[in-house]
Ligand binder design. Structure first.
Ligand SMILES: Cc1cc2nc3c(=O)[nH]c(=O)nc-3n(C[C@H](O)[C@H](O)[C@H](O)COP(=O)(O)OP(=O)(O)OC[C@H]3O[C@@H](n4cnc5c(N)ncnc54)[C@H](O)[C@@H]3O)c2cc1C
Length: 424
């Protein structure tokens, strides 16, 4: 991780400055460079070391199922009471979360689910090809592998393709099928014989190391002339002439156009400017088994436990769980540790003896969609944040929308569903 850092210089006046070098900031920088614009990227850390580092690595054109599915409220009490359940809420944060929760449940209405699903589809389609294009020439093209998504049902629950979550995918052409235990063992030999059925979604990809994808793309961005400044942005100050000043721990930086790609931290910089958005920190954990003793061919989702397990460069990674907790609250690593027995139930030969724990904060809006584009009220300020569970998959399209917004070019995409104004 300790890589030589380019401290850089002040941005050039025609630069676009991006705050945040997670996958969203990096893809935005590359999209701007493709259109001939020069970029300065600022981060307090090396690129891709925050939420974009530890995710489950799914890149799927078929991720069009929002979190706010109808009837989800029926599952919530059981999830909260089960020690291995996928959901936790810090009680002391409940009062602050209530308005977000109310908006979340308002989005479970069927009409909203279809609208959100359409918007997710717009942000996901073509993501595999887009990464192949972005990774070209980095020497790390193999970090993205074609893969299937194996949805495993434990206990009494059986797969049912007439459910809305499958219908949303299949209605868009996703290749989805139910396979039985015998066929499943041929596809993924390490899966437990207890697993009798699964739903397979084909035509996906998986990242073998999401943090390495960030690193490879950030190096490409620098080779193409991007200026990378490593500093902490403390506040933003819009000026009358349309420029924006950034107060950082290394002094003042001025820019003509600013794109905020700060993930869950974005709102800290916006609130003092009077921009209030319902973005919360939805933390997730991973446990990576460094000597797994097995190799998995695909990404496997435990449908009840809501975690994804797959082989990565560093071992076998189990990632998931939703914990609504302030981004600065101390991690509760029990949420990561429970993934060891749960993973072993799925993959009996998995060696869980050596593992690394990780926590990261998903930047989540109550409608599963990000904010992308101009932030109304402040000239030359743009945002690209709030990608919740889907940022790796949505980052290439996000970059394109950022570039189009800055160029002022028309596009065929309906950007209103990702506009910050939907919350104002
Ligand atoms: C357990 C888990 C599993 C997931 N699995 C998947 C998956 O399989 N597929 C998928 O598509 N998505 C997945 N996600 C979601 C995905 O990881 C996120 O949506 C994505 O990483 C968000 O990227 P980002 O660039 O917006 O944020 P980040 O990666 O958090 O980047 C934001 C950057 O901004 C910098 N920054 C912020 N504020 C400042 C400041 N003031 N000054 C300087 N720098 C600043 C930070 O240092 C950071 O580097 C998962 C998430 C979790 C937690």
């Amino acid at each position: 991780m300790a890589q030589e850092t380019d401290q850089g210089s002040q941005p050039r006046p025609d630069d676009v400055t991006i705050v945040g070098a997670g996958i969203v900031g990096i893809c935005s920088a590359l999209a701007l460079q493709e259109r001939g614009l020069s970029v300065t990227v600022i981060d307090r850390d090396e690129p891709g070391q925050a939420t974009s580092y530890g995710n489950a690595g799914i890149v799927s054109p078929w991720s069009c199922v929002p979190q706010s599915m109808p009837g989800i409220w029926r599952s919530v009490p059981g999830w909260l009471l089960d020690p291995e359940g996928p959901l936790r809420v810090r009680v002391r944060e409940l009062p602050k979360l209530m308005p977000w929760i109310a908006r979340f449940f308002a989005n479970t209405r069927l009409r909203r689910v279809h609208e959100i699903s359409n918007a997710m589809d717009m942000l996901m389609q073509g993501n595999i090809e887009a990464y192949q294009h972005l990774l070209k020439g980095t020497g790390r093209e193999a970090l993205l592998q074609h893969s299937w998504f194996i949805n495993v049902f434990r206990g009494r629950r059986q797969p049912d393709l007439s459910e809305l979550s499958w219908q949303l995918r299949m209605g868009r052409g996703a290749p989805v099928e139910i396979v039985d235990g015998r066929e499943l063992r041929e596809i993924e030999p390490e899966l437990s014989p207890q697993v009798a059925q699964a739903v397979i979604v084909k035509g996906q990809a998986r990242a073998l190391a999401p943090g390495e994808i960030c690193r490879a793309l950030a190096e490409k961005m620098r080779r193409q002339g991007a200026n990378f400044l490593r500093c902490d942005v403390k506040s933003l100050r819009p000026n009358e002439d349309g420029s924006i000043e950034l107060e950082t721990d290394r002094g003042l930086i001025a820019t003509n156009k600013l794109v905020l790609c700060g993930g869950v931290w974005s709102v800290e910089l916006l609130e003092p400017l009077g921009i209030q958005l319902p973005l919360v920190s939805e933390r997730g954990y991973h446990l990576e088994f460094s000597e797994p003793g097995v190799r998995l061919n695909h990404s496997i989702l435990d449908v009840s436990g809501k975690f994804i397990i797959s082989s990565m460069e560093g071992g076998v990674r189990s990632a998931g769980t939703s914990e609504f907790a302030d981004v600065g609250a101390p991690p509760n690593y029990r949420r990561a540790d429970i993934l060891a027995p749960m993973s072993k139930r799925l993959i009996p030969r998995l060696n869980t003896a050596q593992s690394r724990r990780w926590v990261g904060a998903r930047p989540s809006f109550p409608d599963s969609l990000p904010v992308i584009g101009r932030l109304a009220g402040i000239r030359n300020l743009y945002g690209a944040f709030g990608h919740s569970h889907y940022g790796l998959g949505m980052a290439p399209a996000t970059g394109r929308i950022v570039a189009e917004s800055i160029e002022g070019s028309k596009s065929n995409l309906d950007r209103s569903c990702v506009s910050a104004e939907r919350f104002l």
